[in-house]
Design a protein around this ligand. Sequence first.
Ligand SMILES: [Cu+2]
Length: 259
Amino acid sequence: MAEVWGYNGSTPGPTAIAHDGERVRFVVQNDLPEPTTVHFHGAHAPNEADGVPGVSQLKPIPPGGSYVYEFTPGHAGTFAYHSHTNSATQELKGLDGFFIVLPRREAARDRVDRDYAFVLQSWFFQGDGQPVVVFPPGGDFNFHTMNGKTRDAASEMRVRVGEKIRVRFYNASQLVHSMHQHGFDLTIESQNGHERVDRPVVTTVDEGPGNFHEVVFTPDKPGRWLVHCHFPHHTSNAMQEGPEGSPVGMARVFDVVAR
Ligand SMILES: [Cu+2]
């Protein structure tokens, strides 16, 4: 465990979910020791809710202060919220989370049985209970998580053969992550909040910083199937593998059981 910053006590913060056309209100109370703002990445917020200090929000929220962001998102899709103040520190200390705007009516082909959302994060871990380092020595982040947890600290995802599974990725780190699913091909439904009408089928999704994808797959065979970042350093915990050399870090397991 490391000391990080978060929203409502966690990193990533709670997943905010709205429906297309709904007005949303985010009440931000700043309990950090420094000013902050919140930006709604990809959601087409108006300028007064854009959250860039000195640019669209002239005065950031001071420590102990609060601010209300209220707007109607411009479209449906998978988006994020994150700090836009002192970003090199605040974003890399964990101030991020999903903001998902669901369509009012989901087309039949978009319905799924399971829907998972993962924030990809990279940290420099210097020891149990220590604060994470936002500018690591040599620039090499040594700890990589999905929703704030490494594989060995996270539960597996139990799904059934034949179920349609959606996975949403958001890369909140400053590295690229190459997300690879074992056992099944991934169909890209959307990228950065916009439908991929060509529905490309891939084994691996390259997720650049600040990028999103929604992918779907339907497992046709049981087993315990890894999904992981394909940068080998990113499936270790500070260069330590798990038992038997198993992947840890930025990885999860789908436990696919028979129907
Ligand atoms: Cu990676």
